[in-house]
Design a protein. Structure first.
Length: 333
């Protein structure tokens, strides 16, 4: 039996958010209101909830993950000690069944109903530390700058084949831009190093993760950010599923017999980083290299084996964090 009497669903947009509260677990007894998406609006929400006798200790608040638009609500409601459940929109949509039509009020009501129906499975939001927030933003900016730099260089290289004079002209104009991006990337790398050193827990986790052969600096930081310092997933398989490296069976009756395959719903950034790590480990780590070559020699598909390596890396990192020690290679007698 869960401790919550009331269930609040919030549908967030840029300027406003709609709130629907279900009182005493009775979905026939709902109240709706709309507030501005700012501190004044959040204070009005708290006052409105108090009038409904819905307080921080008896109310479960549920909202969809909408990026920056929900940051203010999450920040202040956690500050007011509300139990907050930040859920994937797709999970909410698919759990409700066939629905026709939508508006902000209806969406907020559906979120509230989802929270009430699945309260026993609620994952209470734990705010990341300031260091993790900074690392996440710096990694995002680093990714954008790296992509921009690669795009500029690629365009000039491709143009050389067709128009050498024009490619030289473009190269001349974008040279300072690329130089500026490279300088900014160096500053970001330096700032990331400082943040790792300053936070004792992040520094410990980072060193443990990077002790696994193949896991580099950026991948370790991605893992720290996406797992909130390895607190969001209770076992390695859950994290591997989130990263999209676990194959699932796909059969039905006698007619459908497809090969096991990974699911398309995954954290693509993390999956990409793990793929690069797997390639590195299969090239330079003797144990993984021997495993990779043996499986390929047995006739296994190379991408299948690489996916197994990605899975192995996640399990090794999680084992290091769980056991609170650096990775050690097995000694073969």
């Amino acid at each position: 039996m869960n401790k919550f009497k009331h269930f609040l669903g919030i549908d967030v947009s840029k300027e406003y958010f709609d709130a629907v509260v279900i009182l005493n677990g009775n979905n026939k007894k709902t109240f709706h209101n709309q507030f501005t998406n700012d501190f004044k609006g959040i204070r009005s929400l708290c006052k409105w909830l108090k009038d409904q006798d819905a307080t921080f200790d008896n109310t479960l608040v549920c909202l969809e993950h909408t990026g920056m638009y929900s940051k203010l609500i999450i920040k202040y409601l956690t500050g007011y000690n509300f139990s907050l459940w930040v859920e994937m929109s797709l999970k909410i949509i698919r759990s409700i069944g066939v629905q026709r039509g939508k508006n902000d009020k209806v969406d907020a009501e559906r979120i509230a109903y989802y929270a009430m129906k699945n309260a026993d499975e609620a994952t209470i939001y734990k705010a990341p530390s300031m260091s993790v927030e900074k690392i996440r933003k710096l990694l995002s900016l680093r990714d954008k700058l790296t992509t921009t730099k690669a795009c500029l260089i690629r365009n000039v290289k491709e143009l050389k084949t067709f128009d050498l004079e024009l490619s030289k002209l473009l190269d001349k104009f974008q040279k300072n831009t690329i130089k500026g991006i490279e300088e900014d990337l160096k500053k970001i790398e330096k700032q990331l190093d400082e943040l790792i050193i300053e936070d004792e827990n992040i520094n410990k986790i980072f060193n443990q993760a990077t002790s696994v052969p193949g896991i580099g600096k950026i991948t370790a930081l991605f893992l720290i950010c996406f797992t909130n310092e390895f607190t969001l997933y209770s076992n390695p398989r859950q994290l591997a599923c989130y990263a999209g490296v676990v194959p699932f069976e796909y059969t039905s009756g006698k007619s459908v017999r497809a090969k096991p395959k990974v699911h398309y719903m995954a954290n693509k950034k993390l999956k990409k980083q793990l793929h690069l790590c797997a390639l590195c480990a299969a090239t330079y780590d003797s144990e993984i290299k021997e495993y990779y070559q043996r499986k390929v020699a047995e006739g296994k598909n190379k991408m299948l084996v690489l996916n197994n390596v990605r899975n192995k890396l996640i399990h090794r990192v999680c084992a290091c964090i769980r056991e609170d020690k650096m990775y050690e290679k097995r000694q073969i007698a």
